[in-house]
Design a protein around this ligand. Structure first.
Ligand SMILES: Cc1ncc(COP(=O)(O)O)c(C=O)c1O
Length: 376
């Protein structure tokens, strides 16, 4: 089988509509039907497969959304539906499963926000991942984020898959923090995998997108039909940018993963040197056996540090030269965020760090000078 980079560049060759090596940005929202009346077949008589890729109206499909799904299917090991954001994808997942109870743990605050909308609208019951699962019934959901936002530490997918399946529930895994080839949640029993493609797949901090991946073509079909009415297909321009980004995705993720491991190792090995640095969180520092088994392709490039005082966490980003103080992660530029600015669930001493593609030596030097600074 071809390697990831080869697939990212050639899996969509068959979808080309013009000879251009780079396919155009398509802005049309609507597509002319055939002039030959014999080609005109009512929707009730067109096959599922035809509906998944036919061009009628861009809320259903457009050339670059179909292309994005084709490219992503090559590397994600399942059937892919793309969305206008990661949260649109999570909303679609909950809409599809419509669970009575959702087991959800630590993780991105936005996913909790969506779960809370379902609780408000139709009384979705929410429990924690470590609560008693005996309340879970057939068709309910266990939602696991691993590695988890913001710490970048890993949870055991198989453990939660087994616990969910014992109750007839499904396991959804948000794998945004460790996309392929870092980990494959399907190997450990995930039923549905989610990615915020805004992060590593997009990689340039210039697009929003989300992805759901399923092994079951019937699930893809239902997700596709739901997306038509939710109105959450990825837009034209964003999908063009996503396809552009996917060509270089493997180069970026491997470099970001390697650099993050180096930076984390440096900080953790030298923690005693920096009185302001109190803790480093990252999957590479976990010793549980499942971590290495699950993250076979490398650790996620985002991690967190804790500093001794909230005031230091607030000030430290402004001392850095090569890290923008901004939310989000996964882009080519390294970012740091005083996480309390956007996430109400974390300690005010926490800083989240997303490693980009700069030279890791420069990033270490930069962090070193900011951590050595005498904060008043
Ligand atoms: C783990 C995780 N899942 C989902 C999302 C939501 O993605 P988006 O911002 O593309 O809606 C984020 C965003 O930061 C995230 O970190």
């Amino acid at each position: 089988m071809a390697g990831i980079s080869t697939k990212l560049i050639h899996d969509d060759d068959s979808t080309a509509r013009v000879p251009d090596v780079v396919q155009p940005i398509n802005v049309s929202t609507t597509y002319r039907y055939s002039n030959n009346p014999d080609d005109l077949v009512p929707v009730t008589q067109r096959s599922d497969e035809e509906q998944l890729s036919e061009l009628i109206y861009s809320r259903l499909n457009h050339p670059n959304s179909v292309k994005a799904e084709t490219i992503l299917e090559g590397i994600l090991g399942g059937h892919v539906v793309v969305y206008s954001s990661g949260l649109a994808a999570f909303f679609a997942a909950l809409t599809y499963y419509n669970p009575k109870t959702l087991a959800i743990g630590k993780g991105y605050h936005g996913c909790h926000g969506i779960a809370n909308i379902f609780s408000r609208l139709n009384g979705l019951n929410q429990i924690g991942l470590d609560d008693d699962f005996s309340v879970l019934q057939k068709g309910d959901i266990v939602h696991l984020e691993t590695p988890v936002n913001p710490e970048g530490t890993a949870f055991d997918i198989k453990y939660y898959a087994d616990k969910a399946h014992e109750r007839g529930a499904f396991l959804t895994v948000d794998a945004t923090f460790a996309p392929p080839p870092l980990q494959d949640p399907f190997l450990w029993g995930a039923d549905l995998v989610l990615h915020s493609a805004t992060k590593y797949f997009g990689g340039h901090s210039d697009l929003l997108a989300g992805v759901l991946v399923t092994k079951d073509p019937k699930v893809k079909l239902q997700l596709f039909h739901d997306r038509v009415y939710l109105g959450t297909n990825i837009p034209n321009l964003e999908s063009y940018l996503l396809n552009r980004s996917l060509r270089t995705y493997e180069l970026r993720i491997l470099k970001q993963s390697k650099s993050a491991e180096e930076v984390v190792k440096y900080l953790n090995d030298n923690i005693a040197k920096y009185p302001v640095l109190t803790k480093v969180y990252h999957a590479s520092l976990q010793t549980d056996a499942f971590v290495k088994e699950q993250l076979t392709g490398g650790y996620g490039p985002t991690f967190s540090i804790e500093v001794s005082e909230a005031e230091i966490a607030k000030t430290l980003p402004s001392r850095l030269k090569y890290f923008h103080h901004a939310t989000s992660l996964g882009g080519v530029e390294s970012l740091i965020e005083w996480r309390a600015l956007t996430d109400a669930s974390v300690q005010p001493t926490l800083l989240r760090i997303s490693i980009g593609i700069e030279d890791s030596k420069d990033l270490i030097e930069d962090l070193d000078q900011a951590l050595r600074f005498e904060y008043k």
